[in-house]
Design a protein around this ligand. Sequence first.
Ligand code: AHR
Length: 727
Amino acid sequence: MYSVEIKTKEKLTDVSPDLYGLFFEDINRAGDGGLYAELIRNRAFDDGVIPEGCKYDPQSKVIISPTGWSSSFDCYEQEGIAGWEAYNGAEMQLTDKDTLNANRRRALKVNFRGGKICNSGFMGIPVQCGESYRFYMFAKSENPVKITVSISSGSGGKYSEHSFEVSGDYKKYQCEFISIKTDNNARLVLFSEADETVTFGFVSLFPKGTFMGRENGLRRSLAERLIALKPAFLRFPGGCIVEGFSKETAFRFKDTIGPVWERKPHWLLWSYMTTNGLGFHEYLQFCEDAGIDAMYVFNCGMTCQGRCPDYFDEKLIEEFYEDTVQAILYAIYPENTEWGKKRAENGHPEPFRVLKYIEIGNENWGGEYFKRYEYFYEKLKKQFPQFIYIATDHTENAGLPTEFVDEHFYSAPIFFAANSKMYDKLNGVKIYCGEYASTIGCKAGTLYGALGEAAFLTGIERNQDKVRMTSYAPLFKNVDYVSWEPDMIVFNNHADYVIPSYYMLKMFAENRGDYVCRHNVISESTPRSESGYFCDEDGNITHGNKFSGNFKNNAVHIRFWDRGTAGEEQNHFDWIAENGKSRVVHYNGWSCETICGEIPCNILPRNSMEITAEKDYFKIILNGEILHEHTLEPIPNMFGVCTVDSKKNEIITKLVNFSEKEISVKISCDRETENDAEMTVLTAGSYDARNSFENPEAVSPYNVEVKDGNNLSLLPRSINVIRQKMK
Ligand code: AHR
């Protein structure tokens, strides 16, 4: 039986206007060559520079941080210059002398002798017939040299060209190109007949048609994808990149403002260098252009705790505190102040009026975090009481003032479905669900992933007085440079498509209403059917439904229903007994769910134990007595939430059919309603259905006119938003 009973006259809570926001992090080359519209790869020749304090291992092509964390590094300059190639006798070479300015670590010395150098961008430079492109370079030459710069095809056909006479010290040479052809695989070519050495300090090519036509702006199509989600805010710049690969590479606001050729580059722990062209100023500018709030995340004095952490000393913490204060002053102070003046020099005399949230750290936790949180919170709140501060752990449990806690979930769709009631019992602290996504089994961005997330979001919408904000993560993936999947918007150098989660979020964000009303969703359920092996502390694996043995020590940690294999995300249930206590948890991706809470238990060496685990049931027996016994709750086939749009006098019902069967659902309401209703549906023929460049709309929403809004039919595997008028 499936039904929804709606009580529009009983308001549960107002909707949170900020519920759906965006989280942008430069991951998968989401910045340069992605949202940041630069077309030249390695424009400042920094790509091969080994980050300060790190070592390079040429054998495995990795760099190792001072604390021992390693990351692939495939652009070491002795093996070529990333993005650049020389042809027809031209010789090029990097130099660390005579660079454009103190923040430039390399310059490119070229002797053309009738040859050319080319930059092929981020897997080809895309140009459109009739479109304009802004080009500039900083170059120097002792003697005057004529250099011809062109946008050309891979085989040399020219789409637009311009000649410069380069002479003397570094100068900026610029022009505008209009392409006479469309080509997604063009090159920027620099050619000269001269037998002279020319030094290039910086080379840039930008489409003129950026989002809002801004110089140093955003790729229009990608920015428009963001706007179409009707977000309330943008969280930036990360993510782990805020924490850094090392303390030297932690995000600092000051490196990301000012003329782009003077900005320091920044090694991202997603294994590439950013130019920082997309910096603090640009993020704020985007928020202003989009009419949304800004949420700035800063490093609170440590690198990523999951990656050989480095805990900064007091002096360095103070530096990061200063950097944060200056970032805020840059954003909000008037033009006649030191930081307001800098903002004005960068083209924005008026304060940015978008900054609303400050997040203290990213994904930091525990004692080391609490100390730092307290330090930053106390000082910042005093100086800037107008902002809303966000913690990344439950700082309220440490007795600290807590305005919001940012929680992150990367897990399997079934985890999200099983936890749709997670926030029903929450009391007290407000939650920002700042990162979440169905990851396990959904790397390609599948319908199943979106179904799990949608089920979870119905629970969040029901509790939006407590969970006030959310943002899916990550936002972007350049298919040619992947470090994390799935991602909501997938692009290459010229095209993009979105995964089903994007469409689901668009449907949810476009249909909000103004209050959540009481509703009762009745659904049949499907029993869980778990499987996997047992794995003891020594890594020994046992197949079957039973595991037994004797303890060696007075603690034990055994996994059951373990689906993990090396290199994949974890998915196992763990029985953990230690220090006189026992519990069972479920590790699913990056999430950990408590299945059986702690109970007292004393284990002695040679005690016996037995675990039975089959389908939805497990039992743990210690010395012949049941210690834990549990049946997993079945997963509802249907999830739902109801809100009311008072202005339009409509009931908005969101229903997720998580099952493979069509569902007939009866809707009843405490008010008379029109018979017909409008329904938006997102579904496809299989859980694994996904979009692609070839078939970008394979899983996309469509509208249906429903004749009888009180008797709905939900397609298998579907996300549905129903709007019905009240009389
Ligand atoms: O979204 C990808 C990463 O996941 C983020 O950088 C980090 O905050 C989380 O660990």
